[in-house]
Ligand binder design. Structure first.
Ligand SMILES: CC(C)(COP(=O)(O)OP(=O)(O)OC[C@H]1O[C@@H](n2cnc3c(N)ncnc32)[C@H](O)[C@@H]1OP(=O)(O)O)[C@@H](O)C(=O)NCCC(=O)NCCS
Length: 148
């Protein structure tokens, strides 16, 4: 498998939404929300492609205030591509692009029982800096960040 990282665009909306549905239940973004994000000027959205197939995607907001940081909105890998470093590739590329844009930090929230994602972030050097009470309805969230 050779994974290539490319910019996401609206033409890929259906494929991205199919992956989003595999990844989340009630918390999933709607197709309309994903479309809105893809057209936002302050968003960087990337897809990981295996030939013509989309293995996963990441959407990050670039905060343009004085602090200059990236905020990961979502990162999703299709079930059949999990455990093959697709998310690692997406995160490494997004960090490179954020640095290029002058961001010096990347932040994210994750549900406290999402062990796969927490392991991923910790492996890549993200540090837990706080707990977000009932951030996901009844579930708590954890707040992570990493200096770039
Ligand atoms: C979390 C997710 C993005 C990981 O994607 P992935 O491509 O399978 O991750 P990678 O192969 O790059 O894994 C990198 C590291 O993450 C951790 N990890 C990934 N999947 C894991 C799992 N199921 N259980 C425990 N740790 C896991 C491991 O530390 C792994 O390193 P290792 O393979 O050397 O052990 C994927 O499981 C997913 O899309 N989940 C649903 C959506 C989601 O929860 N997104 C995050 C929202 S905050």
């Amino acid at each position: 498998m050779e994974i290539k990282i490319e910019n996401a665009n609206l033409r890929l909306l259906d494929a991205l939404y199919r992956i989003e549905e595999q990844c989340f239940d009630a918390e999933a973004f709607t197709k309309r929300q994903i479309a809105y994000l893809l057209t936002d000027y302050n968003i960087i959205a990337l897809v990981a492609k295996d030939g013509p197939n989309i293995a996963g995607f990441i959407i990050v907001q670039v905060e343009t205030d004085d602090l200059g940081f990236g905020h990961i909105i979502t990162i999703n890998v299709a079930q059949k591509y999990r455990g093959r470093k697709v998310a690692t590739c997406l995160l490494e590329e997004i960090e490179r692009l954020l640095k290029q844009r002058g961001a010096n930090e990347c932040r994210l929230e994750v549900r406290e029982d999402n062990h796969a994602a927490i392991n991923l972030y910790q492996k890549l050097g993200y540090q837990r800096i706080g707990k977000l009470e009932r951030y996901y309805d009844s579930k708590h969230g954890l707040y992570f960040k990493k200096p770039l």
